[in-house]
Write a protein that binds this ligand. Sequence first.
Ligand code: PEP
Ligand code: MG
Length: 592
Amino acid sequence: MTFAIHGLAVARGIAIGRAVLVASSRLDVAHYFIEPAQVSAEINRVRDARDAVVAEIRRLQTSIGHMGPKETPQELSALLDVHLMLLQDQELAAGVQHWIKDRLYNAEWALTSQLDVVARQFDEMEDDYLRERKADLEQITEKVLRAMRGVSSPLIQPLGRAGRQTSQQDLLLDDTVDVPLILVAHDLSPADMLQFKQSVFAGFITDVGGKTSHTAIVARSLDIPAVVGARLSSHLIQQDDWVVIDGNAGVVVVDPSPIILAEYGFKQRQVELQRGRLARLLHTPAMTLDGQKIELLANIEMPDDASSALKAGAVGVGLFRSEFLFMGRHGKLPNEEEQYLAYRRAVEGMQGLPVTIRTVDVGADKPLDDTLRDDAHLNPALGLRAIRWSLADPAMFLTQLRAILRAAAHGQVHLLIPMLVHAREIRQTMALIDHARVQLDNRGVAYGPVKIGAMIEIPAAALTLKVFLKYFDFLSIGTNDLIQYTLAIDRADESVAHLYDPMHPAVLRLVANTIAEGHAQGKPISLCGEMAGDVSMTRMLLGMGLRSFSMHPAQILAVKQEVLRADTNKLAPWATELIAEDEPMIKPQKTD
Ligand code: PEP
Ligand code: MG
């Protein structure tokens, strides 16, 4: 039966394919495809882990047997019996083997997929006692996963899908061999998303997440259609279901009828045509009708993204989110050499164009590691994040600073500091940058000059720009956080996503003032939040005086098209009027 789920549009385009469900993030595990030759090793990995847990429970039962009835409540023995029974359940084992053999899922993914299947069966049980056994099942799964940790397989590119039934849609699309895959999950961490960056998913859907959550940002950088905040999608969509993602409207259509499929197929071709038209602008200089030169830069997450930035016509990298080098490493941070080589790769990849490397910004919705997610802090977005984290661990920060300074010997590097708010933080940061240089001098290691900039992403910083302009060579406006902190809206929380509004007059005033004050002092001002790549905002930002935009490479040509049609002389008075309105709204422009 065809039905639709509504969520938030985060990455444009249409994707049509089969659903691949990944387990809920409650049990955060790696998800990747294995090679056929690894099937038996993966099955053994689960079996060995399960046997280890069984042995552990048996040991516990024996030690309980030596205790008196007072010290061992009856419930405990009964519980251990239930756990043993579940662990040895044939259906669970057969299910896990199916995911590994037929789908080539890695062991952890297979186990959590089967957990989801069996958990659903428990949910449907009438008997309260049996229904509650779901919690036991989750506990033993966690135990097996823990036993498996440390015996992981290498990350491998996804392969073909085996064991799938041919459906009506398969026949309709005449594409039974290589049907695109759509990832469906309750939640995905940014680190998970990076892993998927190397894979072949044609789109993705999550139950949770806001438009500028870091997961959404990485999806946009992958340039694949995505919908987040599509509540319950991971429950409503079944493994292998046909789904359509309408990334423009934020809608997911499940089990589409042939007519709907044909309609989306047509829309998909339109999107392709539009892309083709934009590609013609690749070598056109980004200049407005009145001759203003506009700098269009790229936001990247990994050094190798430099090539897509170049291909998209970026004239530099305006934001390299270095934290992605630090994530998913089980707490083992990259050392100076590793970081230096990564930054150098990005710098050399840009072939002489400038690269703005932002120092690590972990915390909030960018945990270092899924397994290290820190729920102890109630407001992680207000906690030890970004520069606060760096200043709290000077040795780690100095390591990163030395690596960036060394990479600057190979090309133009700008050093960008996130989340600064106090003058004393600025002074501490500057002192540490000086200290990093002294350390390199003492070691006799070569390094290059860097321009130093600050992110303006906290309202307090935007309201005390004078201090920032005194210390920094350039500023970059981080609207993703600026909106979050100005409006007190968690950017990752879909339940308040309707209030996360870039057009709130308070946000617009902070952005416009930052641009104006910066330019008055002759300092370069860029904007690297998601607003920079949103074509509906381009004219307004040009009207505010912005001349440097940093965005996902995939957005550059669409923004360039807006720039080419703009006349800043006309846009400036319009933008001033717009900002003064109680509820500013941009009327949609006619586009081709
Ligand atoms: C921002 O806050 O706008 C920004 C660019 O930084 P991030 O999204 O990484 O927090
Ligand atoms: Mg930010």
